[in-house]
Design a protein around this ligand. Structure first.
Ligand SMILES: [Zn+2]
Ligand SMILES: [Zn+2]
Length: 361
């Protein structure tokens, strides 16, 4: 069948909206109608730099939609509402067998595509999903069934930004009741980490971001205080002062190596620091080994350390209950023809998450 897709032919160029060919789903595959796709900062990063992607490519890896066709042997049914998962979930590598599909060995080697060709040439799919398209064909391991009564524009956010931020707080850092938390960066991921910290019962959640609009949103979503990193002379000293010697957990959601390198400064001896943001491919950081001697932990978090198949439905339920706000994260909704406007909206920090609705014209 023919579908409309937003294709990036080379880095630094505009997306082109084209008619592409989509093959039928094979064994264990499904065809998903994409109803909503959030634009994530990593889409912007690869569009600008061309890192970790082959061209021509379909970007978009934060999608929700409905199963339109199920291939032979699929356990999913036509009409099922789903969120797309960028974990390949091969099911046979040691990490998948341990129940950690976010660390699947195929994460960086998977050659899954969305089943699309343009003028006979295969289109690559960013993160194995490439969902800036009307419909996409995926292995069913990349598709997570969700309740049918929740809106796609909210659910899609769970597929990357919300899982990443919420999971970093609740799963990677395992924040517990009464802990003191700092979150650096209040984009969609940082705002989701703030919500995760609030849900986990943190006593203090201090949000650090230079943008006053983002700081206000952080307060709305659960931050107990906010800091402008450009206003106090020393934001670390301010954090130490407000938390009696350092936070229990510091979460970085900026992608800036200088913020990552200073993360442990804000953490008390024995505390934890979690790096979540996507840095440039050649980025490095330097830290003092004394932080480690003082039993501070520095770790990263990929996909919020969650198993999409168990935690995406849980996040949907928290949204239904009004405990996880997925509405305040949404910016403007754009048709596929306006996909470039959605990238501009994110680039100019006009909202945490512009949404593309590929099937709304
Ligand atoms: Zn993402
Ligand atoms: Zn695996």
């Amino acid at each position: 069948m023919r579908v409309r897709a937003a294709v990036l032919r080379r880095p630094g160029h505009e997306l082109e909206i084209v008619d592409a060919d989509l093959r039928d789903p094979g064994a264990g595959e499904v065809r998903v109608r994409v109803d909503a796709c959030g634009i994530c900062r990593s889409d912007l990063h690869v569009a600008d730099t061309g890192e970790s992607i082959q061209f021509p490519a379909v970007l978009g890896h934060e999608g929700a939609g409905v199963i339109e066709q199920a291939g032979p042997g699929s356990s999913l049914s036509v009409g099922d509402h789903v969120v797309l998962s960028w974990s390949p979930r091969c099911g046979t590598c040691p990490r998948c067998l341990e129940g950690a599909p976010n660390l699947c060995h195929q994460l960086t080697t998977s050659t899954d595509t969305g089943g699309l060709t343009l003028d006979g040439q295969a289109l690559n799919s960013y993160m194995g999903l490439g969902c800036l398209v009307e419909s996409v064909v995926l292995r069913q391991q990349r598709v997570v069934p969700m309740p049918a009564d929740l809106p796609a524009a909210a659910l899609c956010l769970i597929g990357c930004g919300v899982a990443t931020g919420y999971g970093a707080a609740v799963r990677t850092a395992s924040i517990s009741v009464g802990e003191r938390v700092a979150v650096f960066g209040c984009g969609a991921v940082g705002l989701s980490a703030i919500q995760g910290a609030r849900l986990a019962g943190a006593a203090q959640v201090i949000a650090v971001d230079p943008d006053p609009v983002r700081r206000d949103l952080a307060t709305k979503l659960g931050a107990t205080a906010t800091l402008d990193p450009e206003a106090p002379a020393d934001v670390t000293a301010e954090l130490l002062d407000r938390t009696a010697g350092g936070v229990d957990v510091a979460i970085e959601a900026t992608g800036h190596p200088d913020v990552m390198a200073r993360l442990l400064d804000a953490v008390h001896p024995g505390g934890r620091a979690v790096v979540v943001g996507l840095p440039a491919a050649d980025a490095t950081i330097e830290i003092s080994p004394f932080h480690l001697l003082y039993e501070k932990t520095l770790t990263g978090s990929i996909y919020g350390s969650v198993d999409p198949h168990t935690e995406f439905p849980l996040m949907g339920e928290l949204y239904r209950q009004g405990r996880l706000d997925l509405d305040s994260l949404q910016g403007a909704h754009h048709g596929l023809d306006q996909a470039n406007d959605a990238f501009t909206e994110l680039r100019e920090h006009r909202s945490p998450r512009p949404i593309v609705r590929p099937n709304q014209h």
